[in-house]
Design a protein around this ligand. Structure first.
Ligand code: HEM
Length: 499
């Protein structure tokens, strides 16, 4: 069917053809500079490269794993819609790249996927979120009690199992709500962290941002500005709604600050307070306070929710492991109560969570970086300016030479190796990329690991857990560059006697 809408002589057919030609030219010129890098998934010559693109979009996971096997120790490229993505399959080169100065190889998901248009380009030059997350990490011990209390209250409300019958629980929405409540207890406190409208806003906003990142990888660059403008309008609306919940607290806090300066008795120690202080110091107002909170939520909610759901599916399949972890949790809380110190002692739980994330994602590649100036690596590999590069998360995580029997889920893999100096869940390396690696590794991971341990430890101590279908772990879904936990599955919960 021919498109017939007419805009003063220019038909939509012209627009579509023009866009397609522009796209082909963009692809042609970007591929020309990267001819020396082998392509995986299909040919890189103009027009035919659409096959490589199709294969990547249809089965990105297989394409990247095949590429890793074939070009281990070297680099290869795969087709995204608007550019080529070069994947570095050599830990030494990954380490070398992440040490290069920012002026040569820059970081930012915000920049690479143009989401700076949504969150604001000033976050690139003045990353307030990093200052806030550093403060959060420093205060993990102090905020743990509140977070744990929220985990407890949320489970009691949302998973009201009894000792007699198994209760089917739809894992995806329930765990998302628990994660969002626990994090937002520390971010905005009670009662906002329990408000259904606020929770709905944060959960769906985080999901949408995740989808937007995915969308940017398949939308050609000439269309990204348009998508970004639409997304910005949605963002502004979300900020206004977020402010509706935050204004009373902002007003109270600013009144206290105006009266008492930096310190007063019972001054709250939470994200909203730190955000007010950081934004005020920059002469910014309430719009920026909400913007910052939403940006941090967008990093915190979806990733941690997915990790909890994966861990829940994994533990539901392993009752003996659940018992072994319960013993460890019991011992730790007997010594230190429900505190951050106790979670530090939960080494088997740490290993289980790290293994669950090794196997389950969240992305098939990570550590996106942008080559700003031409770079030649020590092995002679050359990247022209403008090249987008990434590290092969899934390839490394499933490499038998790095992890013996890599495709086997071995929950105590890292615990058993600890004597040999094996790292913990928060530790990143070119071989363990769940949180990225290097100077731009996830700044929220220390909080994330504490939250994950609090949730899993609570769950283990208070419930017996089994899969809905005996012996069947709900299958993951691949979407673009992402690996998602099954969104439809239920898990069975029964209250434990000892709970
Ligand atoms: C299991 C949970 C989490 C996972 C798997 C995860 C993963 C990641 C990854 C892979 C990156 C990119 C790193 C790189 O390119 O080297 C990242 C960045 C980021 N994460 Fe996380 N994250 C998690 C939890 C959190 C939490 C709880 C927060 C906030 C409290 C957070 C805030 C952020 C922010 C703000 C960035 C962007 C940093 C920047 O722009 O410099 N994340 N995360």
């Amino acid at each position: 069917m021919v498109l017939t809408i007419d805009f003063g002589g220019i038909s939509t057919t012209h627009v579509v053809i023009g866009a397609f030609v522009t796209w082909l030219l963009l692809r042609y010129f970007s591929a020309k500079n990267l001819r020396h890098i082998p392509t995986v998934g299909g040919p890189s010559v103009p027009i035919l490269s659409i096959v490589a693109l199709y294969n990547f979009l249809a089965n990105g996971k297989k394409v990247v794993l095949d590429g890793y096997q074939k070009f281990k120790g070297r680099v290869f490229k795969v087709a995204l819609l608007d550019r080529w993505l070069v994947v570095i399959c050599n830990p030494r080169l990954v380490e070398e790249l992440q040490k290069l100065p920012e002026a040569l190889v820059g970081y930012s998901l915000l920049e690479i996927f143009e989401t700076k248009h949504i969150f604001g380009a000033d976050l690139l030059t003045d990353p307030v979120h990093l200052a806030l997350l550093r403060t959060l990490t420093r205060n993990l011990g102090q905020v743990f009690g509140d977070m744990y209390q929220e985990v407890e209250t949320a489970f009691q409300e949302l998973v009201p199992a009894n000792e007699k019958e198994w209760l089917p629980v739809h894992a995806s929405p329930v765990m998302r709500t628990i994660v969002t409540r626990a994090a937002n207890r520390v971010f905005v406190g009670v009662p906002v962290c329990r408000d259904e409208g606020y929770l709905y806003l944060m959960v769906h906003f985080a999901e949408d941002v995740n989808k937007a990142f995915g969308l940017y990888t398949v939308v050609p660059s000439f269309a990204q500005g348009f998508v970004a403008r639409k997304a910005k309008a949605v963002m502004d609306d979300c900020i206004e709604r977020c402010l509706g919940y935050m204004r009373p607290a902002i007003k109270d806090r600013t009144t206290m600050m105006d009266s008492f300066g930096d310190n007063w008795a019972d001054k709250p120690n939470d994200m909203i307070q730190w955000t007010i202080e950081e934004t005020k110091a920059r002469g910014q107002g309430e719009y920026d306070m909400a913007r910052m909170l939403m940006f941090i939520n967008s990093g915190a909610v979806e990733t941690t929710s997915q990790a909890v759901i994966h861990a829940l599916y994994d533990i539901s399949m392993r009752p003996e492991l659940a018992d072994e972890l319960r013993e460890e949790v019991e011992r730790a809380i007997a010594e230190d109560g429900w505190t951050k110190d106790a979670t530090n002692k939960m080494r088997k739980l740490d290993s289980f969570l790290r293994e669950s994330q090794r196997i389950n994602g969240p992305m098939i590649v990570s550590m996106f970086r942008l080559v700003r100036e031409p770079v030649t690596l020590s092995d002679g590999t050359f990247f022209p300016a403008g090249t987008t590069i990434a590290s092969p998360t899934l390839g490394a995580h499933f490499d038998d030479t790095i992890y013996p029997n890599a495709s086997t889920f071995d929950p105590l893999r890292f615990y058993k190796a600890e004597a040999a100096g094996q790292p913990q869940f928060v530790t990143t390396s070119p071989e363990y990329l769940t949180f990225g690696h290097g100077k731009h590794a996830c700044p929220g991971r220390f909080f994330a690991v504490n939250e994950l341990k609090a949730i899993l430890a609570y769950m283990l101590m208070h419930y017996d857990i089994k899969p809905e279908q005996e012996g069947v772990r709900p299958e993951n879904k691949s979407m673009g560059l992402g690996v998602l936990p099954n969104p439809d599955a239920k898990v069975m919960f029964r209250k434990r006697h000892a709970g």
